[in-house]
Write a protein that binds this ligand. Structure first.
Ligand SMILES: Cc1cc2nc3c(=O)[nH]c(=O)nc-3n(C[C@H](O)[C@H](O)[C@H](O)COP(=O)(O)OP(=O)(O)OC[C@H]3O[C@@H](n4cnc5c(N)ncnc54)[C@H](O)[C@@H]3O)c2cc1C
Length: 433
């Protein structure tokens, strides 16, 4: 297996025309999927004076490493609706803006290998249908027709969502950014926010490594660094970076880009075709997190591939796709997506600091859910957000009744149980939603 060159924080090819950091009504910190989606959505909603400040290149951190899976089948109706709203954006963004997200609506198949999992799928199908999302259980012959590359010996049920798919994260971020730029947003790349100017509990400006500028609102979309950015305002929020990785193989027989996305929760894996190769990632039983208190502004969050973990993914996938054992790994992608202790986004104004707004803790949904999440950020700025959007508020971490060690352990557990069975279907329980 060859070691790949991608490192979190590495530069990507697309360059945005450089603008200087400037005085602006709204300053978004972070040019990943979330920061660029928020810029696009806010500019579309009539906010006129927005800049994005990014310490590296756009999509140069976590977003550029993502697998691009977009799944709408979720354990709660709200999450389903968020994912459906996001898919609607990906399906039309090129038509509306002229910039493609390379969205491929291949459908997805979720495989159950145990009776408990079949029961969970039935519950998931109920939630999906209550949200208006089309899903169906596949017959064996239909599964074989849709996924001829699968060994279906162990399959007990297959849940099909025809409107799921995948996109190329760099393309999505580029599309958001270009469309936002057409709406007047400026992008100051290679500019690090190093301080926040707050007077009388109100945001007045940001300090950067280039200059200090005035601003009325700071939207913190700094991904795994979002906790460090919040701490510039003296705020403590449990935003925990947890390692995640996947491999992509060279071309193998039977795999091509039109195949559905696969999720096999009983072995904690997802897979899809990347070109004619296999992309396979998974959720480790022992999540590896960074201590949020030690993540500092501007710190490079490098992470080497863990070949023990990646080989385990390949071994497990071989039960369903034996060809993976002969495949050569072409590249490994990895990074530290940010998790919260309750597995929910942290979105909206920070209590006690007027003008500071969070758009963080994506719990590894930050690419697929970016359009919907940006909509939640916009809604959180309106006078009367829905109860669901209010429930995502950072307010739930105030006053500070939590401690760092437990918050970190809980966030790791969210990662580890990403595909776990919910309590009614499992002896082991689950927290993810
Ligand atoms: C291997 C892997 C696979 C994944 N697969 C998927 C998937 O299939 N589907 C999915 O939905 N999600 C996936 N994810 C999760 C997804 O990548 C994240 O949820 C998403 O990228 C978060 O976007 P973001 O904009 O919040 O963070 P980021 O992309 O990390 O963006 C934050 C940005 O803020 C900038 N920044 C930080 N501090 C400062 C500062 N002080 N000043 C200026 N700029 C700053 C950073 O440079 C960075 O560019 C995956 C993640 C990984 C690592």
């Amino acid at each position: 297996m060859r070691v790949a060159s991608h490192v979190l924080g590495a530069q990507v090819a697309w360059k945005v025309p450089v603008a200087e950091v400037r005085d602006a009504e709204v300053t978004i910190v972070g040019g990943g999927a979330i920061g660029c989606a928020v810029a696009y959505v806010l500019a579309g909603a009539g906010y006129r004076d927005i800049q994005v400040v990014e310490q590296g290149e756009l999509a140069g951190a976590t977003s550029g490493q993502a697998a691009g899976l977009v799944g709408q089948v979720r354990a709660t109706k709200e999450r389903c609706l968020l994912a459906m709203a996001s898919v609607a954006v990906y399906a039309r963004i090129e038509r509306e803006t002229g910039y493609p997200a390379d969205w491929r609506q291949t459908g997805s198949v979720r495989i159950a290998a145990t009776a408990e999992r079949v029961a969970e799928f039935q519950a998931l199908a109920g939630v999906a249908r209550s949200a208006g999302l089309e899903v169906e259980f596949l017959t064996a012959s239909r599964l074989a027709a849709l996924c001829p590359m699968l060994d279906t010996t162990q399959v007990k049920a297959a849940l099909w969502c025809p409107t799921d798919g995948y996109l190329q994260p760099n393309s999505l971020v580029t599309a958001y950014a270009r469309a936002a730029r057409d709406r007047g947003v400026t992008f100051a790349t290679h500019t690090t926010v190093t301080g926040l100017r707050i007077m009388g509990g109100v945001v007045r400006g940001v300090r950067t490594d280039r200059r200090t500028v005035e601003t009325d609102m700071v939207i913190n979309a700094a991904g795994p660094w979002a906790g460090a950015v919040a701490s510039l305002a003296g705020q403590h929020l449990p935003i925990v970076p947890v390692r995640h990785e996947y491999f992509v193989t060279r071309a193998v027989a039977g795999w091509h880009g039109g195949l559905p996305v696969l999720r096999i929760p009983d072995i904690r894996l997802y897979a899809r075709a990347e070109g004619q190769g296999i992309l396979c990632g998974g959720w480790e039983p022992d999540g590896l997190s960074l201590d949020p208190r030690e993540v500092t502004i501007g710190q490079a969050l490098a992470v080497p591939p863990d070949w023990d973990v990646l080989s385990g993914f390949a071994r497990d996938l071989a039960t369903f796709a034996p060809v993976v054992t002969e495949a050569e790994v072409r590249e490994v992608f990895r990074g530290f997506p940010a998790f919260s202790p309750d597995g929910r986004f942290i979105v909206g104004p920070v209590p006690g600091v007027r003008g500071l707004v969070m758009a963080a803790a994506c719990n590894a949904h930050g690419v697929s859910g970016s359009a919907g999440l940006a909509g939640h950020v916009l809604e959180s700025l309106q006078p009367d957000p829905s109860p669901y959007v209010q429930s995502l508020s950072p307010r739930r971490y105030y006053p500070r009744t939590w401690d760092w060690e437990s918050a970190r352990a809980q966030a790791e557990r969210i990662y580890e149980t990403y595909y776990s069975l919910p309590p009614q279907h499992s002896r082991f329980g689950s927290t993810s939603s």
